[in-house]
Design a protein around this ligand. Structure first.
Ligand code: BJW
Length: 231
């Protein structure tokens, strides 16, 4: 890694699979019992907020369960950040907090965070570790039913995009880990890194949709291939 000056790492659901959190598009995927448009769109939330609250409460409880812990891939990335001398940025599409639990600090949650809630009136964001529903009173306005999960749903703008593109445009190593490459705009990051002249690497269980864009591909479980690649 010493030959690189600026690294951007993109992670997806595959990096947390070995921690027991389901990926989205696997056959046993998270969406199995729910239609995406019911639980992960602003329209779904308007139609049936209680269903969406229940869905995210279930996932928040799973994340808070003591058995859900960072795995070897999360740990290897945190160690890489600590020992790397140059610029380092970890962009995750995941809404869990396993990267920060492992010790990652230069971290962007582009699709939001399960442990936060946002006021629909003021847009203020709060840490929220408990269940959320229509009878939760908002801390900023004191109203009932104004809080939503602080998650980026389909059709909404992902977070901190200016900062992400800024880092991509000057990186010389781009590593994509555990993502199927199906969701825009994260699936286009490899092209931005390539245009910046970066070396591009895919670490995944299987070839993603963007596979051919990467200069180097290594396939296997993240808990094996990530530590082996970054150490
Ligand atoms: C392992 C492993 C192991 C397994 N080790 N690997 C047509 C109609 C409507 C909209 C669109 C459209 N075409 C495009 C759009 C835009 C849309 C989009 O991309 N849709 C596609 C589905 C078609 N995108 C958006 O709407 C985004 N916003 C947007 O575009 O705004 C406009 C804009 C943006 C920027 C600039 C200007 C304008 C918002 C996207 C929001 C995504 N939200 C979700 C759900 C919310 C979060 C949550 O509840 O958790 O985010 S969707 C879901 O997919 C989640 C994920 O973060 C995201 C990516 O999934 P990921 O991480 O890739 O997971 P999987 O399951 O797909 O893949 C896992 C991979 O791991 C697999 O490859 C496995 O093999 C591998 N794996 N085990 C290593 N052990």
């Amino acid at each position: 890694m010493a030959r690189f000056g600026s690294i951007v790492v993109l992670t997806g659901a595959g990096v947390s699979a070995e921690s027991g959190l389901k990926t989205f598009r696997a056959s046993d995927g998270l969406w199995e019992d729910h239609r995406i448009e019911d639980v992960a769109t602003p329209e779904g939330f308007q139609r049936d907020p209680e269903l969406v609250y229940r869905f995210y409460n279930m996932r928040r409880r799973q994340l808070m369960d003591p058995s859900t812990q960072p795995n070897l891939a999360h740990q290897a990335l945190a160690e890489l950040e600590q020992r790397f001398d140059g610029e380092f940025c970890l962009v995750t599409q995941n809404v869990d907090n396993l990267h920060e639990q492992a010790g990652s600090r230069s971290l962007i949650h582009m699709h939001g965070e399960l442990t936060k809630a946002r006021c629909l009136d003021s847009s203020e964001v709060f840490e929220h570790l408990e269940d959320l529903d229509g009878s939760t009173r908002c801390r900023c306005c004191g109203e009932l039913g104004t809080l939503r999960p602080d998650i980026v749903w389909f059709g909404e703008m992902p977070m901190q995009m200016d900062q992400i593109y800024d880092r991509l445009e000057r990186c010389d190593l781009f590593i994509s880990i555990g993502t199927s490459g199906t969701v825009y705009p994260a699936n286009g990051f490899v092209q931005v890194a390539l245009a910046a002249g970066a070396h591009t690497v895919e670490l995944n269980l299987e070839p993603s949709r963007q596979e051919s864009a990467f200069a180097e591909q290594i396939y296997g479980p993240a808990g094996d291939v990530v530590p082996a690649f970054v150490r």
